[in-house]
Design a protein around this ligand. Structure first.
Ligand SMILES: C[C@](O)(C(=O)O)[C@H](CC(=O)O)C(=O)O
Length: 568
């Protein structure tokens, strides 16, 4: 193999030139300047290959960035929805400025083994759907252009001229593995032409949006490395691809590790000296006892609390000393850091009378799950502190809320905007949200997208799983139409409007009386989505431990749905 023909001087000079170019790029726009990399330009230059490429992803990202800036200026927003189908994407281009490629939808319809939204499909699944859609957008653009040039300039006015190159936003979930998976996925997204993708803080292999189990997140430090891995890869490629920092901490139930003290405020511990939960569950399993009942009884006996609540519950009689402890914790807490549990133990010892502090029992290992995760109860402050910490690694933020609680939405966005006044936010309308039940008035629901755009800079809104509900309904309507009216109904209802024709002789109207079918209400979200099946499979694999907390029970081969799902 021939050696590269260069001299050491020439090699060094080219490297230094590249470093200068990278620095200039990082300083070339507001978009770039807001990013704070934890690595120097030299590191990126050394990580690059010598083949320089230009990616369409950069053009699409800048287009989206400008759209978002305009929305932010005008207090408006883009409203899009999830799509995996190129034909749909072509239609969407007429009405919205972005197309969203949803991981959940890909998991249902783009893989050889469909399933619930567990992000358990190969890491390149979503990038390859982005690739398919981006190519189809280019083809739509090409065929429209070719059609326009069939006409001379003076006759082109009024011909279709849609902007089919709608920026694609994609679901990167939790990066599908370790940091190198995240980098490979990022690279695949950039190569596929994505404009923006989101990465969240969910634990790998533990995304469980079924009916039976809470979500597991990773520690703050791991979330930071995950987003840094994606940013590194984007920089190595010299791309403008936008990174949307999504945070799923809101109402999550478990955290894989307590290595990062920034998470400690919300971690739950047993406040009674009980046996470890796993010991109790294993014994119950061996004895064939009811797992759900065993777990429930254990949780009651352990009296789980956060450390600060544990202190407050034993020190209520010593209100001055308790206050001193709480003030000391508050003084050691900033928006991005807080005292660790060992430091809090020391503060409790310092401020509480010996007779009280010696009573304090807090053990966060006892309630660990069979997979080793810790239990925690994060509030909106936890989401805010994570989002603030990672903000400078990406250009936009999305707090994925488990439920649209008005005060949480307000607190989150105002807190981030207070630090980053021009921050752009995304928001997802999960299909199961019941806005009225969450405390919104009908008027507020009607105005939400535009009000939130004005108030918070929420410029990108997505209904990710429309296809699961809306497309099913559309297909259902057509299936029934077709059965009742055959080709005449097709001509009247589908082909006619498509070709601009009416067929007055086809006087068949009875097929239009499509009675509304509410028999299957709730079907799409929990049955068609496979949530019950997923629960049953996980429950079987964990010998009944999975879902026990939410009241799922293994019985007669039939898994009964919980009375209340995660939407309350
Ligand atoms: C956006 C999402 O990641 C998706 O896969 O589309 C899901 C959608 C949903 O559960 O409604 C999510 O929000 O996690």
């Amino acid at each position: 193999m021939p050696q590269i023909k260069t001299t050491l001087d020439a090699e060094q000079e080219a490297f230094e030139k590249e470093v200068v170019e990278i620095k200039a790029w990082w300083d070339s726009s507001d978009k770039q300047r807001q990013l704070k990399r934890p690595y120097p330009a030299e590191r990126i230059a050394a990580l690059r290959s010598s083949v320089k490429q230009k990616y369409a992803s950069s053009d699409m990202a800048l287009k989206l960035w400008n759209q978002m800036i305009e929305h932010e200026k005008n207090g408006t927003c883009d409203l899009t929805f999830g799509c995996t189908d190129p034909l749909q994407a072509g239609v969407m281009a007429k009405y919205q400025q972005t197309v969203y490629v949803s991981g959940a939808l890909c998991g249902y319809s783009e893989v050889s083994q469909p399933g619930m939204d567990h992000a358990d499909y190969p890491w390149d699944t979503v990038p390859s759907v982005v690739n398919k859609i981006f190519r189809s957008q280019q083809w739509q653009d090409q065929r429209q252009r070719q059609f326009r040039f069939l006409y001379p300039k003076e006759e082109r006015e009024g011909l279709d001229n849609w902007d089919f190159l709608t920026p694609i936003v994609a679901d990167g979930d939790m990066g599908f593995g370790g940091l190198t998976h995240t980098m490979k996925m990022t690279r695949a997204f950039v190569e596929a032409g994505v404009a923006m993708f989101h990465l969240d803080d969910l634990a790998i292999g533990a995304k469980k949006f079924t009916t039976g189990e809470g979500r597991t997140v990773i520690p703050t430090s791991e979330y930071l490395s995950r987003l840094t891995a994606a940013r590194t890869q984007i920089d190595v490629m010299g791309a403008e691809t936008i990174l949307l920092c999504r945070c799923d901490t809101d109402h999550s139930s478990y955290i894989t590790s307590i290595v990062d003290s920034r998470d400690h405020t919300w971690v739950l511990g047993a406040t009674k000296p009980v046996e470890a939960l796993t010991t109790v569950l294993n014994r119950a399993l061996a004895n064939g006892e009811d797992i759900a009942a065993t777990q429930k009884a254990w949780l009651e006996s352990a009296e789980l609390k956060t450390f600060d609540d544990a202190v407050a519950s034993i020190a209520s009689a010593a209100s001055e000393e308790l206050k001193a402890y709480q003030t000391a914790v508050a003084e050691g807490t900033t928006s991005t850091s807080c005292p660790s549990i060992s430091e809090r133990r020391a503060l409790a010892k310092k401020h509480l009378p010996e007779s009280i502090s010696s009573e304090l029992f807090f053990d966060w290992d006892l309630p660990r799950t069979p997979e080793g995760s810790y239990r925690w109860a994060p509030d909106v402050k936890a989401v805010i502190s994570r989002a603030l910490l990672v903000a400078s690694l990406g250009e936009a933020t999305w707090a994925r809320m488990d439920y649209p609680i008005p005060s949480d939405i307000e607190a989150f966005h105002l807190a981030i905007r207070a630090v980053h006044p021009t921050r752009k936010f995304g928001f997802g309308y999960t299909g199961g949200y019941d806005w009225l039940k969450a405390g919104w008035t009908p008027e507020q629901v009607k105005n939400f997208p535009w009000d939130a755009a004005k108030k918070y800079g929420m410029v990108w809104h997505v209904q990710p799983i429309w296809a699961l509900q809306g497309q099913r309904r559309g297909t259902e309507e057509f299936s029934r139409l077709w059965q009742r009216g055959g080709i005449a109904a097709y001509m009247d209802k589908v082909q006619g409007p498509e070709l601009g024709l009416t067929y007055p002789d086809l006087d068949i109207r009875d097929y239009r009386a499509l009675d509304s079918d509410v028999k299957d209400a709730g079907y799409a979200r929990f049955k068609f989505s496979g949530a019950y099946l997923a629960d049953a499979l996980l429950e079987t694999a964990t010998m009944g431990i999975y879902g026990a907390e939410r009241g799922l029970k293994m019985g007669d081969g039939v898994v009964k749905g919980p009375k209340a799902n995660r939407y309350g």
